[in-house]
Each structure stands twice: as structure tokens, then as C-alpha cells.
Write a protein that binds this ligand. Structure first.
Ligand code: PAF
Length: 279
């Protein structure tokens, strides 16, 4: 695996692939990689001749009281895992390379997509995500880009950005990788104490419970959401939302549109998110 810290270096390395019309797949990350990221890299390989990953902890998507400074940086370990997963190129710029001057031109996503769910409690987060991803897309110029479904709202925003800005990139959403007890793998799981880690799968269990009740014919969505929130609160969580939405735009259910149930809740100081598509 070749590691590039500059835009010019990466572009030079990919020039040959472009001349040969090789298909490039790109999976951006903020590092601290877990098995979910690695599954995404292996999936990328199935879609392309050349696989590019990036590691960049993007300050723009962190709020002033969020964990930018303490976000885990595990570069050596990440490199070993990416190389083993067959990634060809890693783009790992520093902040000076990505943002040599303040990033004044930014992507302003549709507020209907960003002022809800995670965006409601993280103002500016999706603007920061969309801005860095568009910039990374321009640097890498992939034909395919992969993102994990665990960040469902992020995938929805990026799909819409790609469509509205007519970017010639296919967005692929990889399935969430879970621990044996159902907990969705996340870089933030490392913040959990042993007791919190034991409690954490309850979020997934509540989503499964909602999905099963809907499969059994329950249509009172508000009742399901309220009961699931109460169950989490009764076990010491601080629920943010647990809600059934349309997959396409994360608005409340309408007609026969496919649904997804999404949840976010704090356990101690750690905010966990998860979701399940409803069949
Ligand atoms: O999902 C992430 O890790 C980040 O939001 C992303 C897409 C790499 C942008 O910084």
C-alpha cells in the first residue's frame, strides 16, 4: 500500500490508473479503524481495480464541545489493517494540506435533511461532512465511493449531494458490522466502560423489537417509539431519538415508502447511534 500525505502525491500516483481507465473505489475514514471499516475496504475491492482509502479527522464536522481533540488517532495500526485488507493507496493529509486557508467555500446541504435527527443535536455537522467529502471526491476522483450504513443520515446527505451536484460517482452503502451481541461497531465504542459496554447492545435490541412489532402488523409507530425510549431511559440511557422514518429522506412515514428505524442515545458520556431497515 502506498501512503500519500499530499494531494499532488496522490494525484501523481493515480495518474497511471486513470490513463488505463482503471475503476477507482474510494472509502473515506477518520481512522481508528474497526472491522466495519475493513469490511467496507474488502467490498470496495469488488467494485474497482484500484482501492483508495483516506484517514483525516475532519475538524469541520465537530462542534465546539465535541471530541475532536480526544478522537482516537491510531495511524500505525490503521495502516497495517488497510494494507492487509488490500487497499492500494492511503491518502492521509494533515490539516495544513486539506485546509491551508480557512475553508470558506462549503457545501450547504438541504436543511430538511440536516436539521433533523443527528443534525438537530450537532449543528453544522453535515455541512462539515459534505464539505470534506466533496473535497476528497475532487482529490481522488473515484467512480465508486463507499460509506457505512451505520451513519444512515450521512449516507442520505451524501447521496443527495452527489445527485444534486451531478458528481459522476456511484455511492454504495455497506451493511453495519456488529459485535456478537448486536452492538454496531463504532470508533466511539472504545469510550465505553466495561459496565457500559455490557449495557450498550440494548439500543440494537430496541431497534430489533420495533422491527419485529412492525413485521407482526403494529402500525402505531408513536407507541413503539415511546415504549422503546422508555425502556432505554429505564436502564440509565439518555435517549436523543428513536424514530421510524422513510429511508429515502428520513422524513416521517408516508404511503408505502420503505422504512428504517433509527436510534441515538447517550450511555454515560458516550453517544451511540444505530439503525435497522424495516423489511
Ligand atoms: O464517517 C466518517 O468517518 C466521516 O464522517 C467521513 C465520511 C470520513 C468524513 O469525514
Amino acid at each position: 500500500m502506498q501512503i500519500h500525505s499530499t494531494i499532488a502525491g496522490l494525484r501523481a500516483a493515480l495518474a497511471d490508473a486513470r490513463l488505463k481507465a482503471a475503476r477507482i473505489a474510494f472509502a473515506p475514514t477518520m481512522g481508528n479503524l474497526h472491522d466495519g471499516h475493513i469490511a467496507l475496504m474488502r467490498q470496495a475491492r469488488k467494485h474497482a481495480d484500484v482501492v483508495v482509502a483516506s484517514i483525516f479527522v475532519n475538524r469541520l464536522q465537530f462542534g465546539p464541545r465535541e471530541d475532536f481533540d480526544k478522537y482516537p488517532r491510531t495511524f500505525e495500526n490503521d495502516c497495517a489493517r488497510l494494507a492487509e485488507a488490500g487497499v492500494d493507496h492511503l491518502f492521509a493529509p494533515d490539516e495544513q494540506e486539506m485546509y491551508p486557508t480557512p475553508q470558506r467555500y462549503q457545501v450547504d446541504p438541504d436543511p430538511a435533511h440536516t436539521d433533523i435527527l443527528d443534525g438537530a443535536s450537532r449543528p453544522g455537522h453535515f455541512r462539515g461532512v459534505a464539505t470534506v467529502v466533496l473535497k476528497l471526491f475532487n482529490i481522488v476522483q473515484p467512480q465508486v465511493a463507499l460509506f457505512g450504513k451505520k451513519d444512515y443520515q450521512q449516507v442520505m446527505v451524501l447521496r443527495n449531494m452527489t445527485r444534486e451536484l451531478a458528481l459522476p460517482i456511484e455511492i454504495i452503502a455497506g451493511e453495519t458490522t456488529r459485535a456478537d451481541d448486536g452492538l454496531a461497531l463504532s470508533s466511539r465504542n472504545g469510550y465505553l466502560s466495561a459496565a457500559e459496554r455490557a449495557e450498550a447492545p440494548r439500543l440494537h435490541r430496541q431497534l430489533v423489537w420495533i422491527r419485529e412489532r412492525i413485521a407482526a402488523g403494529e402500525r402505531n409507530f408513536l407507541l413503539l417509539e415511546t415504549e422503546a425510549v422508555a425502556e432505554l431511559a429505564a436502564h440509565g440511557w439518555q435517549p436523543d431519538y428513536l424514530t421510524i422514518r422513510r429511508r429515502s429522506n428520513l422524513q416521517p412515514p408516508a404511503g408505502d415508502e420503505p422504512l428504517v428505524v433509527l436510534g441515538a442515545a447517550k450511555l454515560g458520556n458516550t453517544r451511540l447511534i444505530d439503525n435497522l431497515e424495516i423489511e
